[in-house]
Design a protein around this ligand. Sequence first.
Ligand code: C2E
Ligand code: CA
Ligand code: CA
Ligand code: CA
Length: 279
Amino acid sequence: SKSDHKGIFRFYNDELYQSIRSKLDAEEELRYAIAKKQFFMVYQPRVDTRTGDIRGFEALVRWQHPTRGIVPPAQFIELAESTGSIVPLGSLVMDCVFRQIAAWQNMGETPVPISLNISPRQLDAGGVDQQIKDLMKRHKVSADLIEIELTESVMMSEVPAVIDQITAIRQMGIKLHLDDFGTGYSSLSRLQEIEMQVIKIDRAFVSRLGTSSQADVLVKTIVLMAKELDMSIIAEGVETIAQLETLQHLDCDEAQGYLIAKPVTAPEARKLLQQRRIF
Ligand code: C2E
Ligand code: CA
Ligand code: CA
Ligand code: CA
């Protein structure tokens, strides 16, 4: 009957309404959280595969939610990217990291480079190079102490303004990491054109090490290629001793992952820094 149809129609409308409503709520909440600076950074070390010496830290953002506790980026980065909130959030992240480096310098710690993850949307919005330049000056942080992690999709960009920012950042003497290598669509020839200094092999490849000869060959080939291109190479997501030993055997420069250390708070990172090495 007519009223049944109406009922069904209303039901679907309510569902749609609820899903839009909850997305708007989440968006609003994230915007509020950014305004209130409810974020902090954790730092995950990467080490020399052979000696265990700390070669650097990767800065990773966390949301200190007032009721939900610590929220990992998997639960908000996508929303931040799709709504553009990643731009102010990214500024917050950069600010926090530069301030942290300056603080460690002032405490007299021998610093190691800290790498920052930059989203494509931040580069689309523009001015990332200038922002970094200003922060370096304000906090007296030299170019060798900051590194930038970009994914393949960013590196394959044809947008002149994006390429210009990446070029400017590189010309400041800041090292660029090609993050999540192997998961994107970069062609090997493009790898030669874009001057990146570091390749990070994605965890997907590292976790398959030792499970098949193909998996080992793949990583071996990536390591050899990186060496040919004069790039250094980091394996991410190293979780077992067997994986670490295979990486040593394959002459992979650096390793990062739960086996070595989980991401830690700034005070814990400082302690690691004083230790200088992890194994
Ligand atoms: P990513 O850049 O690939 O970072 C590596 C992620 O793998 C981190 O997750 C890290 O905690 C996790 N990880 C490290 N070692 C292991 C391991 O041995 N096993 C496993 N299973 N995982 C490991 P996290 O911190 O949750 O970050 C997830 C992603 O969120 C990052 O992936 C990055 O794409 C994004 N992200 C994090 N912080 C930022 C940020 O400040 N800005 C931007 N734009 N993106 C960020
Ligand atoms: Ca990364
Ligand atoms: Ca990665
Ligand atoms: Ca990733």
